[in-house]
Design a protein around this ligand. Structure first.
Ligand code: SF4
Length: 368
């Protein structure tokens, strides 16, 4: 079932031949998957009784309000350089009027904030500014976090501090399935996360919840292969974890990346913006690296900790991230909230479902 050479057209023909026992809703949990699905028009090409809803695939979208606010505060109040991956800069926080509501606005107000594209750039900036703390604001899933762990394991300048808001992907899906509120019938698991962590991480979907699951890559062909797989599993009543991205996903994942992650970081409960605390879903620095923890070097006032969980008023990002609604079902989609004037993080990040839908040409809200 994992034939890399099979064309998208052939997969679609095979899918159309299936006789489904009922309408089926699949969930993907990866911004890259969602982009490929939206831009290739897979949704429109599938029979109408097959839906694909985007789920928790955007780490920037669930970066806690208090972490974002702390980054803004540090950049404005401390004599530091703050570096972050580019799409974090425009994510809005809830602040009183006339205070900077994003890192981009803090930069316009005079803060030294620099967008970067890789951990190596953070190290280079720290080396070039040896007399200043350089705070690296890290929001990302396993694939982003592993290179950061490698960077720390290999040694960094003493003035490079870490403000960590890194998350694991699978616990949000586990939380949804355990809650009994999951509104999907099968899972398309993220190929890049499985490449690092191993496909076995998603076994719980099948073993505990008896739900069809397949790991997919990022091409329409791989996504359609995974779609076909979970539909066949549904029809046959025999769920299993299929690997439809065997080119890169191997049993056990990437041992080196996993060693970096476990050497440098421990898994802890973590807050997801708009959603709340999810067990075993966050990374924290292990004791040997805690002297580089920006939160320890610059403790936050209590007021920031109380900001946990806030989304901008009217923003349904939490519902979008959890796959409970489609982006265009948000009351603000395409009206008050557009990429030019984003209200919530899902319209900012390149991995946010609202932004992806808008960019793919879907610009009308579904609600009246
Ligand atoms: S359309 Fe805007 S306000 Fe609505 S969920 Fe998406 S980001 Fe939030």
């Amino acid at each position: 079932m994992t034939h890399a050479s099979t064309s998208a057209k052939t997969w679609l023909a095979r899918i159309r031949e299936l006789e489904l026992p009922r309408p089926i809703k699949l969930m993907n949990v990866c911004g890259g998957h969602e982009r490929s699905i939206s831009f290739s028009g897979i949704r429109g090409a599938l029979p109408p009784d097959i839906e694909i809803i985007p789920g928790p695939g955007c780490p920037v979208c669930i970066c806690p309000e208090e972490d974002l606010h702390e980054a803004i505060r540090l950049s404005l109040e401390e004599d530091i350089v703050l570096v972050a991956f580019g799409d974090m800069l425009r994510v809005p926080a809830n602040v009183p009027k006339n205070e900077p509501r994003s890192l981009e606005q803090a930069r316009a107000a005079g803060a030294d904030i620099r967008p970067i594209a890789s951990p190596q750039e953070a190290v280079a900036i720290a080396r070039a500014n040896p007399d200043k703390p350089v705070v690296f604001f890290v929001a990302g899933f396993e694939t982003t976090t592993a290179p950061v762990a490698a960077m720390l394991a290999e040694g960094v300048p003493d003035n490079l501090l870490i403000l960590l808001a890194a998350r694991l992907t699978w616990p949000a899906v586990a939380m949804l399935l355990d809650s009994g509120e999951a509104a999907f019938d099968a899972l398309i698991a993220p190929g890049h996360v499985a490449t690092v962590m191993g496909p076995e991480e998603w076994s719980f979907v099948v073993d505990k919840h008896h739900m069809p699951a397949a790991v997919a890559g990022f091409t329409p062909e791989s996504l359609l292969a995974a779609t076909y797989s979970v539909l066949r599993q549904t029809i046959e009543g025999k769920p299993f974890l299929d690997n439809c991205y065997p080119e890169l996903v191997r049993p056990g994942g990437n041992a080196t990346a996993k060693r970096w992650l476990s050497e440098v970081l421990e898994v802890v409960p973590a807050n997801w913006r708009g959603i709340g605390v999810i067990a075993d879903s966050g990374f924290a620095l292990r004791p040997a690296w805690q002297h580089l923890d920006a939160r320890r070097v610059f403790p936050a006032p209590d007021e920031e900790r109380r900001r946990a969980g806030q989304m901008p008023p009217g923003c349904d990002c939490a519902g979008v991230v959890l796959g409970k609604i489609y982006p265009d079902q948000c009351r603000l989609y395409g009206r008050a909230c557009t990429p030019r004037n984003p209200i919530g993080p899902c319209m900012v990040s390149d991995e946010g479902a609202c932004r992806i839908w808008w960019s793919s040409g879907l610009r009308e809200p579904r609600v009246a």
